[in-house]
Design a protein around this ligand. Structure first.
Ligand SMILES: [Zn+2]
Ligand SMILES: [Zn+2]
Length: 252
């Protein structure tokens, strides 16, 4: 389902940061304590945030559920005056499987990563080519959308997680997507109630893809979110991503 209204105004989008990791995610800095995140979010003028710690396969769910219960308890104690979703960054790691496939858990927000190709066990591109990665991405996303499994797709379409394994520049896979292909999949996602994320990492690695996503998505009428993918406190604020996003979408 959609958590934000449809808007193409970057300042408005930037009032919400729907992709933040706490120190329950091993890759996030120790300083990412829930109360600290709230303090920084409030001073940055944010109206809504989503906590999205990583969870890959289903055997990680018990620990994740426990952590979410702790965060929910903290949220109740602090009673913040901004909206705080306690969700997860779940994984669509195969074309026929994803973390919450057939599992019901209590969660406010289902952000799904489809392209963490660097993670062990993740399904790879059909023939190892950039086009092959695009094709497997389509099938993985079709399955998520068919099952209405995701609220938002994290860092969509980018192949930047392959840079180390393949030695490809970050935008190699992203640039294989034609405008028609992007339009088709973004519309399919929208019809399943799924939003599309502008992610800080993609803005750095795939500016041309971001530019296309913005203009095509606006034409079709999809819902966008902003996610800084914060792993440190400094990245909770959306100011930098908003500035970059404005610069990119005005180019062309
Ligand atoms: Zn991710
Ligand atoms: Zn993330």
């Amino acid at each position: 389902m959609f958590f934000t209204e449809k808007t193409y105004d970057i300042n408005e989008l930037a009032r919400r940061n729907l992709h933040i990791h706490t120190n329950f995610s091993g890759c996030a800095k120790e300083e990412m304590e829930f109360a600290e995140i709230l303090r920084v979010a409030k001073s940055a003028g944010l109206e809504m945030i989503a906590i999205t710690d990583h969870v890959y396969k289903r055997d990680e769910l018990p620990e994740f559920i426990e952590n979410c219960a702790k965060l929910r308890k903290l949220r109740d104690e602090i009673n913040p005056d901004i909206k705080v979703l306690i969700g997860g960054e779940f994984s669509c790691y195969k074309e026929d499987d994803y973390t919450l496939n057939g599992v019901e858990i209590e969660t406010d927000y289902r952000l799904y990563a489809q392209n963490h190709f660097h993670v062990t066990g993740w399904q790879q591109g059909d023939d190892g080519t950039p086009e092959g990665y695009k094709e497997v991405t389509k099938r993985m996303l079709h399955n998520l959308f068919r099952n209405k499994a995701a609220d938002t797709i994290a860092h969509p379409f980018s192949g930047r997680y392959l840079t180390r394994a393949k030695g490809w520049p970050g935008d190699t896979v992203g640039n294989t997507w034609s405008e028609n292909e992007l339009g088709d999949i973004m519309l399919e996602g929208h019809r399943s109630g799924c939003a599309w994320e502008f992610n800080s990492g993609n803005i750095g690695s795939d500016p041309e893809l971001i530019r296309k996503m913005y203009h095509i998505g606006k034409e079709i009428g999809v819902v966008f979110t902003i996610g800084t993918d914060a792993h440190r406190l400094e990245a909770v604020d959306t100011k930098n991503i908003a500035t970059e996003l404005k610069r990119i979408i005005k180019n062309g």
